[in-house]
Write a protein that binds this ligand. Structure first.
Ligand SMILES: Nc1ncnc2c1ncn2[C@@H]1O[C@H](COP(=O)(O)OP(=O)(O)OP(=O)(O)O)[C@@H](O)[C@H]1O
Ligand SMILES: [Mg+2]
Length: 277
């Protein structure tokens, strides 16, 4: 379908509004790397386990650089049109509606594709001309080709832990990105995060971080993932709100990790040992 100027209207795509800089505790040189990548017009791939701060980092960087942020949670039904846009019909006219990727390109914003390995390969291929030195977004349906302004940046992330062979990224996609590996913060940094996010006191935050360390060290249990910083923040919020600490740890740090009762009991033993001190 072709559009013409007389009935063209652009429906607004959702956009994350500008707010105060969110709290972000850096781990190493990731802020500098992001800034260098942005200044050099290089796309960035962030990989790391769930709940380790990837999304927080991207929102922090978008605010810090003063760029609008468009976040897309990828899934296997996500089509190229979901990213780029589509014609919509309303009031007897056809409207072109920009998708979040197109919006970000037009505005010189940051487009963040979360869990990018979930998207079908034919969807991720639309990223190719945008993520190499051409930096163009061809919009087949309107015949337009957008040249990304210098401020535009493409950021993708995924969790390598969930990856299986079928869901890995094509090397030709992967090799278009500068890559950054995230992991759980070092204990002192994680303690700062738990305190800043919940207002819990230092000793209580320290104890929770020690607990997370102990739980993460348990290798004999066949856990898909270990306790994340996100779950530590949840536990701290429950405790800070006056909930029993042992039960808070069960609800936030044990049950989310396993459905197996024996494994949960083994994890609770670790909790009890640490909280008995
Ligand atoms: N470096 C950090 N600075 C500040 N807060 C952090 C940091 N790392 C983790 N957090 C806390 O952990 C929570 C989860 O982080 P976030 O949502 O960024 O994880 P994620 O890596 O995007 O996880 P997922 O892969 O599941 O999307 C945040 O809401 C925040 O409270
Ligand atoms: Mg995330």
């Amino acid at each position: 379908m072709r559009h013409n100027a007389s009935n063209l209207a652009v429906a607004p795509a959702p956009r994350e509004t500008e707010q105060a800089l969110p709290f972000y505790q850096p781990a190493a040189h990731e802020i500098a790397l992001f800034e260098h990548a942005w200044r050099n017009q290089l796309p960035l791939l962030i990989k790391g386990p769930t709940g380790c701060g990837k999304t927080r980092f991207v929102s922090y960087m978008a605010q810090r650089l003063g760029r609008p942020l468009y976040t897309v949670a990828c899934h296997d039904d996500l089509s190229a049109a979901d990213l780029i846009g589509r014609h919509l019909i309303g009031d007897g006219a056809t409207y072109w509606s920009d998708g979040p990727l197109t919006r970000a390109v037009r505005e010189g914003g940051i487009c963040y594709l979360d869990e990018v390995v979930e998207a079908r390969k034919d969807t991720t291929v639309v990223l190719h001309p945008l993520s190499d030195d051409r930096r163009i977004l061809p919009i087949e349906r309107t015949g337009e080709t957008l040249q990304a302004p210098p401020e535009f940046m493409l950021v993708v992330s995924y969790n390598p832990g969930y990856q299986n062979f079928l869901k890995s990224m094509k090397p030709s996609t992967r090799q278009r990105f500068v890559s950054l590996r995230f992991d759980f913060p070092a204990p002192a940094a994680e303690q700062e995060i738990v305190m800043a996010e919940t207002g819990i006191d230092g000793p209580a935050a320290k104890r929770l971080v020690s607990l997370a360390q102990a739980l993460r060290a348990l290798r004999e249990h066949d856990l898909e993932e270990v306790a994340s910083t996100r779950l530590l923040v949840y536990a701290a919020k429950l405790i800070q709100g006056g909930f029993d600490p042992l039960e808070a740890c069960r609800a936030a740090l044990v049950e989310p990790l396993t459905d197996d009762e024996e494994t949960a009991a083994a994890l609770m033993e670790v909790v009890q040992t640490l909280f008995a001190r």
